[in-house]
Design a protein around this ligand. Sequence first.
Ligand SMILES: *Cc1c(COP(=O)(O)O)cnc(C)c1O
Length: 368
Amino acid sequence: MNIPFLSFKKMNADVKAETLTSFEQFFDKSWYILGDQVKQFEHDYAAFNNTQYCVGVANGLDALILALKTLNIGMGDEVIVPSNTYIASWLAVSYVGATPIPVEPRKETFNINPEFIEAKITSKTKAIMPVHLYGQCCEMDAIMRIAAKHNIFVVEDNAQSQGATFNGKLAGSFGDINGTSFYPGKNLGAYGDAGAITTNNQVLAQRTMVIRNYGSQKKYYNEELGINSRLDEVQAGFLSIKLKHLEQWNSARKTIAAKYITSLQGTNDLILPQLADGATSVYHLFVIRTSKRDGLQQHLQQNGIGTLIHYPVPPHLQKAYADLNGKKGDYPIAEEMADTCLSLPMFPGMTDDEVSYVCNQIKSFLHA
Ligand SMILES: *Cc1c(COP(=O)(O)O)cnc(C)c1O
């Protein structure tokens, strides 16, 4: 068998006819930037996410940067981030001139451990950025309580968890202003780069709309130093079509995850992902841990199974962050995750037989 890490086949088939029609309409209309399609998608996504406002932007990193800029977070400020995340979460903080302050995750859930946050709060802390990693919503009740107590903002990085919940409330609807990504491989992916911010605050939504478009509301009148980070009309049209399928695709992912868990339970030297009490996951990724990670990955590769490592190097050990003087041992949990994690194939359309084959290959390697 040959099982890719990710296949768009089923998702593309679900939307192909409607997407091609949408493209033809877009093409004939000759309106490419900030038109009806962007407005429609912003409306649709806000409704899906149960937030008052959504503002479409160029990508997920920009969404986080714009969220922080909108809150006036910048030079001299500190933002709490997880020690184990995709580097974009940290980069957004760095790009506005603030300093990322890492907090270690819980090993069981991979998400930031709320118990470690307060010790890292200083007079400079302006915000907490919880990252809902691999599809699971963070423990948002504890995080919101800490933020309220210290009067600091919450900016969720919801790039991986569109549709996940904590105590029934959706990821991306807790924070003051939140970022998400529609990178093609995300649960809701465009056919190119795209992202958005979500918020319940009208003033903040309005300000993000201005900053994303050169600081301008009225053409050629610039209120502040903005940037160009707009969501394309054509991508917005595609995203509105795909959004109608998102719940069904997320539930397909959950079904696959449940099968992995049932079948892999009790395997030697294998740690399965766990949900925190109250949290759900939309399984953007299905990430297992084992001390035999590299051997297992090679075995799966030799048997036609694609896997990836999210992520092999934690941000504090990346060359890009050499200035922060991070060294091995600073964030041992993040480092352990990086050394032991492996992401298994996970995509809507993955068949029962494919899941069984992956599980059997894992068990035959770890039990050998
Ligand atoms: C994908 C991702 C981003 C960035 O999104 P882009 O659209 O690629 O810029 C940010 N944070 C996390 C956790 C991500 O997975």
